[in-house]
Design a protein around this ligand. Structure first.
Ligand code: ADP
Ligand code: ASP
Ligand code: MG
Length: 405
């Protein structure tokens, strides 16, 4: 009978020092037996990736994308090798593999590539030789064999994609909190740990700022029906399981509140009202891997033009401005940008059957003098763009209002 493969992912803080790396090896070594094979995905140690990004920026404000990925991917190589050495010093056979060695193939796009496929032969060979296989998260290679990275926080996605390729039922995400909470427990002290959360809710929360999971990791887990177990690297307690929604009726309209800071709003004023223009703008952004949200188009009375505005991450501002500027020049329209925006969102499948959630959210913000700049909704989320300086206050208000404490 073939052994059961377990995929574990350890994030940056969990491998932040040699002591912590040794502790990871110690913890996992206790799980090893004749019926299991272990694959570990690691992030870079602590703050390493930020430091690498900073180094690149010290050389140039516009680093060449290929070289940028070659540089920022190196953090994961360090932690993977150190973890392999830690297992070896415990007398356990282990090997580290880079994204390329592990067969992780991505799109030909830098800094935000999507994983296309994983050729697992090498991993399987090492597992068959009874080795713990340690794989660098965050990186892969494109069709030219150049190193690519898959987006900040992307090691979660590497782990889930590996779990899918290796046909696992569950993927364990070890991190510096002991599960998914009703909101970031570092921002609200009495946030509550959730035992379970549905893929849909987690996908919204992650996309809307709950950085405990990379959004694409949740998407990949849902597509492949893999349960994500988010748990603490430092304690043995059970964490939160992200899985198919529980069919029983949900009591609360809101499961969690998420905040995303450092957003920007781009407005294109006086866009000609002709078919195909919105398609052109957003295709160009999509081709460059820029994630767009809160798209609003207003039709101006008695004119043949529109205003189109949308939000993006501030990190993408320069690139977005470049793209929209060239389109705006061509169309002869004006471009405005607002920065230091935060997006606050209430998420919950319970709101589908409970009318009044939006009005409760807007009223609570209004009564506390928080100005709402934009609103977007889906079946299970309501998001408001607000000024960044109001973000913490808004979080406290909404977390209380929806009785999440
Ligand atoms: P890792 O380095 O392990 O990938 P991250 O820093 O990416 O860890 O994610 C863990 C952090 O996510 C926590 O320290 C916490 O501050 C933050 N976080 C944000 N929202 C939530 C939430 N709803 N539940 C738990 N943690 C959250
Ligand atoms: N080290 C990468 C980052 O800091 C990937 C990750 O941590 O998941 O973004
Ligand atoms: Mg992370």
């Amino acid at each position: 009978m073939s052994k059961k493969i377990i995929v574990q992912k350890f994030g940056g803080t969990s491998v932040g020092s040699p002591e912590k790396i040794k502790a990871v090896a110690n913890r996992t070594s206790k799980l090893l037996d004749d019926n299991k094979s272990i694959v570990i995905v690691v992030s870079a140690m602590g703050n390493t990736t930020n430091q690498l990004v900073k180094l690149a920026k010290e050389i140039t404000t516009e680093p060449n994308p290929r070289e940028y990925d070659a540089l920022v991917s190196t953090g994961e190589n360090v932690s993977a090798s150190l973890l392999a050495m830690s297992f070896q010093s415990l007398g356990i056979n282990a090997i580290s593999l880079t994204g390329a060695q592990a067969g992780i193939l991505t799109q030909d796009l830098h800094a935000k590539a999507k994983i296309l496929t994983i050729k697992t032969e090498r991993i399987q060979k090492e597992l068959n030789n009874n080795k713990v296989v340690i794989i660098t998260g965050f990186q892969g290679i494109n069709p030219n064999s150049d190193i690519t990275t898959i987006g900040r926080g992307g090691s979660d996605t590497s782990a889930v994609a590996l779990a899918a390729a290796l046909e696992c039922e569950e993927c364990e995400i070890y991190t510096d909190v002991d599960g998914v909470y009703t909101t970031d427990p570092r921002k609200i002290k009495d946030a509550q740990k959730l035992t379970e959360v549905s893929y849909e809710e987690m996908l919204e929360m992650a996309s809307l700022g709950a950085k405990v999971l990379h959004p694409r990791a949740v998407e990949c887990a849902k597509e492949n029906n893999i349960i994500l177990h988010v748990r603490s690297s430092f304690e043995l307690t059970e964490g939160t399981r992200v899985k198919e929604a529980n069919k029983l009726e949900v009591n609360k309209p809101v499961t969690g509140v998420a905040v995303k800071e450092n957003e920007a709003i781009i407005s294109m004023i006086g866009v000609p009202d002709t078919p195909g223009i919105a398609g052109e703008i957003f295709s160009e952004l999509a081709n460059n891997g820029i994630n767009v949200d809160m798209i609003i188009q207003n039709v101006l009375e008695k004119t043949d033009s529109n205003n189109i505005s949308f939000s993006i991450a501030e990190d993408d501002l320069d690139q977005t401005k470049k793209i929209t500027k060239s389109i705006a020049n061509k169309l002869n329209c004006k471009l405005l940008t607002d920065t230091s925006i935060a997006k606050i969102s209430c998420v919950g499948i319970g709101m589908i059957s409970k009318p009044g959630t939006a009005s409760k959210m807007f009223t609570a913000l209004g009564q506390n003098n928080i100005n709402i700049l934009r609103i977007t909704t889906s079946e299970i989320k309501i998001s408001c763009a607000i000024n960044q300086e109001d973000a913490q206050k808004a979080l406290e208000i909404l977390h209380n209002e929806f009785e999440l404490t």
